[in-house]
Design a binder for this molecule. Structure first.
Ligand SMILES: *Cc1c(COP(=O)(O)O)cnc(C)c1O
Length: 408
């Protein structure tokens, strides 16, 4: 049992080297956002940037702005900024469609590169959209392919010469568990398989070294820890090794080698541009650029250290104060195996998340019985951890509720 109270957490905030970042976000005073891993917070600079884009660039230059303001290159310039954040040298990341569509493109590309192999291997607990996309690709695009879902722990054992590609989330969207990227890449490469990683819950909070880890392919989300705003486009990564040969099925004009020569037949662009399709969502893209630029200013080692400290303190407090009320911690106990969020399990999860929200603590429900707390280190404070656990403890003690109403 620790005897630390709120002042201990206030002191941690006072010493926090990342504390100043919180002022760069437009946050309401009356709520604590513990769901920044679902939708990040708005950087204050985003509004100015959007306004400048519309009122100066678009207004003044109209169509010419695609060239005069570098709009056409933004998918790759912003891509390179993300690349920097995830340990990728320039020219391997491009921003464009949603994460799901990016996954579709890369999965099709991987199956084509691996022709002769039939299996797409994935984790049965993977994010549903990733599972649906894999099934959709096998059903509609590569009818010879078959999707095999296994427990994440057994991925290395399930690898064989028939596995074309392994599709995994680096950080589990429910539990926050981190999979060992480098090790899985190595095991897969040993049997000639590729690995396609979904970085949605890791980029911006968990250090990544895509090039060093010899990663093949990856996709990720722009609106979570990257604070790109609602519906911000996602991104995709293709290693330099695979770039010359990879193809993708949505062969639109902007992925063409010479879009403005308006040729009758498709020729893929030589670089990462071949993964693009049509006009980029420009306003969303500039908002994403602001989010990334802000994230990129924070030292990744400090971000990871604070993130681990926040989740560690949350888990410690939950063990002391929530466990007696039947709330268990689902996330890994070892900090190195845990991403930026914590999941608690309680049969009344829905009711508890709703009650927390009425008190201004914005956590999330993952049906049927999980409460998910995203502790974005750039704007969540140590006192927020203390206050939210305190609120939850009080709610549990005050209103245990009628268990008959809760999930079995
Ligand atoms: C949030 C999230 C996505 C987002 O998918 P969209 O297609 O951009 O809506 C994808 N994968 C994972 C693992 C996620 O957590």
């Amino acid at each position: 049992m620790t005897t630390r109270g709120r002042p201990f957490y206030e002191a941690l905030d006072a010493q926090d080297e990342l504390a100043a970042f919180r002022d760069e976000f437009d946050l309401p005073d009356d709520r604590v956002f513990l769901n920044g891993n679902s939708l990040g917070a708005p950087p204050k600079s985003t509004w100015d940037r959007l306004s400048r884009t519309v009122r100066q660039e678009w207004h003044q230059d109209m169509n010419a702005a695609w060239w005069t303001h570098g709009w056409l290159d933004l998918p790759t310039t912003v891509g390179d900024r993300i690349g920097h954040l995830v340990g990728a040298a320039p020219g391997q990341v491009v921003v464009g469609e949603s994460t799901s569509v990016n996954l579709f493109k890369l999965l099709c590309g991987a199956l084509q590169l691996q022709s002769g192999r039939r299996t797409v291997l994935t984790d049965h607990d993977n994010f549903p959209s990733d599972l649906y996309i894999a099934d959709g690709v096998a059903h509609h695009v590569h009818p010879g392919a078959q999707v095999t879902r296994v427990d994440a722990d057994t991925i290395p054992d399930a690898l064989d010469e028939d596995v074309a590609v392994v599709v995994l989330s680096h950080v589990d969207y429910r539990t926050g568990r981190i999979l060992p990227m480098n090790e899985i890449n190595k095991r897969a490469h040993a049997v000639g398989s590729l690995v396609l990683w979904d970085l949605s819950h890791s980029a911006g909070v968990v250090p990544l070294a895509l090039d060093t880890d010899d990663t093949d392919l990856a996709v990720g989300c722009g609106y979570k820890y990257l604070n790109g705003g609602p519906g911000a486009p996602g991104y995709l990564y293709v290693s330099t090794r695979l770039l010359p040969d990879i193809q993708q099925p949505i062969t639109g004009w902007l992925g063409h080698a010479a879009p403005f020569s308006f040729e009758a037949d498709y020729r893929p662009a030589p670089g990462i541009g071949r993964l693009t399709t049509g006009c980029p969502p420009l306003l969303s893209l500039v908002a994403l650029d602001e989010g990334i630029s802000l994230t990129a200013r924070a030292d990744p080692a400090l971000v990871r250290a604070k993130s681990s400290a926040l989740t560690e303190l949350f888990i410690e407090l939950a063990g002391e104060r929530l466990a007696p009320h039947g709330c268990s911690v689902l996330s890994p106990r070892t900090p190195a195996h845990r991403g930026g969020h914590v999941a608690l399990r309680h049969r009344a999860a829905r009711r508890l998340v709703e009650r927390l929200a009425t008190e201004g603590y914005m956590a999330e429900l993952r049906v049927p019985d999980l409460l998910r707390f995203g502790l974005s280190p750039l704007f969540v404070r140590y006192v927020d951890v203390w206050d939210s656990v305190t609120a939850l403890e009080r709610i549990l003690a005050d209103a245990p509720g009628d268990p008959a109403e809760d999930q079995p």
